[in-house]
Design a binder for this molecule. Structure first.
Ligand SMILES: *[C@@H]1O[C@H](CO)[C@@H](O)[C@H](O)[C@H]1NC(C)=O
Ligand SMILES: *[C@@H]1O[C@H](CO)[C@@H](O)[C@H](O)[C@H]1NC(C)=O
Ligand SMILES: *[C@@H]1O[C@H](CO)[C@@H](O)[C@H](O)[C@H]1NC(C)=O
Ligand SMILES: *[C@@H]1O[C@H](CO)[C@@H](O)[C@H](O)[C@H]1NC(C)=O
Length: 259
């Protein structure tokens, strides 16, 4: 038992040691990202950027004073570059363009010169922030949706004034082949037309809110039911007043002519 605990602890410590030395970099989907690496410059320089996984893959190589990309794996083609003016300063940082969610992982920067070999690691995380939240009415429901998000987002509703019954909400999440999430939520409309609905989509990095309120015209629909009645009442009053005024002035005849 003690042995198991001992080996477990040892494994865990090894894991901590190997991970804690990594530079942490968060890259945004479709944008460019810098993977830092420094080394002691010297003659006969070789640089290999390797993506560490079950099977290591070559991300970028440099030797003989130039890029050597014949062994570069397909999904990094045309997306990597070193800063040539920086190499002689011991800077082997890699620029990665058009970041995809799959780029996440651990990268090794290996350098070798006549002065020796060095290794450093970059732990790359990827994310796609919430960029747009669409809210719209569809029959007796409000639909809120957002897409192209990573990691998995959360969605919440709120109303003004606050609702005293639980909101009737149905939310679904989907992930596409680029690993990006889309989220969609429908809410059954309250009877009260004066409620304002807000939908918030969030990831750890950011959040966005869209708000929906029934348009002015449909909020006053109830008024129009009373419309004809009010109109009739007003008409009757006008007739009575007219009749009264006319009869007083003894011009009843001209009043009937009006009709
Ligand atoms: C890389 O860029 C070259 C020239 O711009 C182009 O011909 C080639 O198809 C690109 N390769 C990939 C994998 O996108
Ligand atoms: C390495 O070069 C890149 C590109 O010029 C720069 O952004 C980065 O700060 C440099 N790193 C160091 C440690 O100087
Ligand atoms: C929520 O709305 C759905 C669809 O309109 C309806 O079938 C369901 O009964 C509602 N649930 C509650 C608790 O009101
Ligand atoms: C939402 O984003 C704002 C900045 O835009 C931030 O201040 C706030 O804490 C975020 N709220 C939540 C719940 O994440």
């Amino acid at each position: 038992m003690a042995k198991i605990i001992y080996f477990g602890t040892l494994l865990f410590l090894t894991f901590l040691l190997s991970v804690s030395g990594d530079a942490e970099v968060t890259c945004v989907f479709r944008e460019s990202c810098l993977l830092p690496c420094q080394f002691q410059d010297g003659a006969q320089l070789v640089i290999h950027w390797i993506k560490v996984s079950i099977r290591d893959s070559v991300v970028h190589s440099y030797y003989g004073d130039k890029d050597q990309l014949e062994y570069q794996v397909q999904n990094f083609k045309n997306r990597t570059s070193l800063f040539k003016d920086q190499i002689s300063k011991g800077n082997a940082s890699l620029l990665l363009t058009g970041v995809t969610i799959e780029d996440a992982g651990r990268y090794k920067c290996y350098t070798s010169t006549v002065r020796g070999n060095e290794e450093s690691f970059v732990n790359l995380k990827t994310e796609a922030p919430v960029s747009k939240v669409i809210i719209k009415e569809d029959e007796n429901q409000i639909i809120c949706s957002s897409e192209g998000i990573y990691p998995q987002p959360e969605l919440s509703w709120s109303t003004i004034p606050p609702s005293n019954t639980p909101l009737n909400v149905t939310t679904t999440v989907q992930q596409n082949e680029d690993q990006l999430y889309s989220i969609r939520s429908s809410l059954v409309l309250e009877d009260d037309p004066d409620v304002t609905y807000s939908c918030t989509v969030r990831t750890q990095r950011n959040n966005m809110t869209s708000t929906y309120r029934k348009p002015e015209t449909s909020r006053h629909e109830r008024m129009s039911i009373g419309g004809p009645i009010a109109g009739a009442v007003v008409a009757v009053i006008i007739i009575i007043v007219t009749v009264f005024v006319c009869s007083k002035k003894n011009k009843l005849k001209s009043f009937f002519v009006l009709f």
